[in-house]
Write a protein that binds this ligand. Structure first.
Ligand SMILES: C[S@@+](CC[C@H](N)C(=O)[O-])C[C@H]1O[C@@H](n2cnc3c(N)ncnc32)[C@H](O)[C@@H]1O
Length: 139
């Protein structure tokens, strides 16, 4: 679709704009810019839809249930803005309204995986942890 911070489309081009799993990689300022851009390219009355990961509900059993909360809390204090943005999801609704979007709603989807993990789940978790550099970080 192009750079989320400078979408190559005229104002009010689309009925719907959909953005999945990208806002978490942006700094706060970039995220505000992305929201303004999504609003700009969607016609009045159209739909801006954002799917994002909410780390606040994360658990990896059999880890102690508070371990990951402490982990993500540490991220939120990181000087790396892209790590610090990991908990932003809880504020996105407020930000959507602040850029002038109306009739906003948030719809949580709970994903649950129980031990013993299937191979595909274990591979997914391993890759996610490696990709994010989580394994190199400690609470
Ligand atoms: C975790 S991937 C998600 C990919 C895909 N949307 C999905 O849900 O499977 C994060 C994506 O955000 C994209 N991204 C990060 N900053 C961006 C920007 N400024 N403009 C457009 N895409 C960006 C990256 O290129 C990457 O593909």
């Amino acid at each position: 679709m192009g750079d989320l911070l400078k979408l190559p489309y005229d104002d009010s081009t689309f009925d719907v704009a959909w953005c999945a799993n990208a806002s978490a990689y942006l700094t706060d300022d970039q995220c505000w810019q992305m929201l303004r851009e999504l609003k700009r390219v969607v016609r009045p009355g159209g739909l801006v839809a954002i799917k994002e990961y909410d780390a606040t509900g994360c658990q990896y059993q059999p880890c102690p249930p508070t371990l990951w909360l402490r982990f993500f809390e540490a991220f939120s204090r990181s000087s790396n803005p892209q790590l610090a943005s990991i908990n932003r999801d809880t504020r996105l609704g407020e930000w959507l309204r602040a850029v002038g979007l109306v009739d906003t709603c948030q719809r949580p989807t709970l994903m649950v995986r129980f031990q013993p993990l299937r191979d595909v789940e274990r591979q997914f978790n391993s890759r996610s942890i490696a990709l994010e550099g989580w394994a190199r970080r400690r609470v």
